[in-house]
Ligand binder design. Sequence first.
Ligand SMILES: *Cc1c(COP(=O)(O)O)cnc(C)c1O
Length: 426
Amino acid sequence: MILKVGSNKPFEKKVYLASPTMHGEEIEFVKEAYETNWMSTIGANINEVEKIAAQKAQTKYAVALCNCTSALHLCCKFAGEKLYGRPKVGEGSLAGKKVFCSDMTFDATVNPVVYEGGEPVFIDTDETTWNMDPIALKKAFEIYPDVRLVVYVELYGFPSNVKEIKKICEEHGALLIEDAAEAMGATVEGQACGSFGDYSAISYNGNKIITGSSGGCLLTNDLEVANKARKWSTQAREDAPWYQHEEIGYNYRMSNVIAGVIRGQYLHLEEHIKQKQRIYELYQESLKDLPIKMNPITKGTIPNYWLSALIINEEAMCRQVRDDSKALYIPERGKTCPTEILNAIASINAEGRPIWKPMHMQPMYRKNDCIGRSGTIRCSTNAYILSGVKDIGADIFNRGCCLPSDNKMTQAQQYRIIEIIRRCFD
Ligand SMILES: *Cc1c(COP(=O)(O)O)cnc(C)c1O
């Protein structure tokens, strides 16, 4: 393998893609929980997190849960029960129902649909926004007019067309679940991400813009939904002196210890966003003469800049193939590919990552439909133009990669990473 990098000494401490950054207040809130023995799924930290999360996301209510995946699961369950009624015990609320889902995302967006028995139908990506393509969504409603639920994600904290998506949902009497796991603090025309869905979810996973090591919130404007989410997430206990149960419950509530960390982190959300913005803008400025584009910022939106990513122009791509676990490429003068860039970044002890591999390319979802602007995409692993329907997600996956975007990366470190990326194009 030829790496077009010289004898660069690797960083002594690894520069991560996105890792937790603590500040001090977090431990004070945790200590308070410890010293008062509120080491439980009840406590002041949880109440505070729910208050702050709702206020920041501009929703009436937030329900603190153990992670965003469980929040999305409850979102699916609420949507399913509202649309199709309460299921029989052992049956999912979306059993046998098709659900339109963002295709280019992390699988936690989509799996909860399957937990509830639904069948994800993927909607291809808009190449100008990297989010769900509204034109493809309209096409999907033409093909499957009975669908009543859409699960939508704001990729890498760069929101775009959620209002258009919402409008299309309303036109078809469909509900919208917004997976704002990556987009906390981002806005669209001044409105916070996490407030657009009929049910929305945010994440405090260790790699997100702020973290509790884990944790998530379900966001809603509906008091009944908020109360029911609290009930479902604490084993669905009825109001009785004994353990009384009318429906299936879950153990999804957030711990008061975790909530302490999150409470402290919220004090630094805006600061983290500023740091991420500086990182994005430095990449943008320093790479602007290369044949690449950074992840797009849509007019009227303010991203939280969680992950910086780039896509290599088609004419500057060397040949690269990937199977289900490995990648190969042929180095070529003046050209490069994500594999080469990621190897180069790794060679100096920094962490990049391929673009999230689209769901329709994942072995477990390969049989599910994926709908593009002109119809159903028939997926193979690498080709992105098959049966005449362009597969935008596969193309972005093929040509794109995420760059080290850690808050704690110094400017000097970022300049070296930039230099390493630039050399790949020599
Ligand atoms: C991280 C992430 C999730 C899952 O969040 P957890 O809190 O880890 O469950 C869901 N969706 C997207 C888009 C994510 O990036």
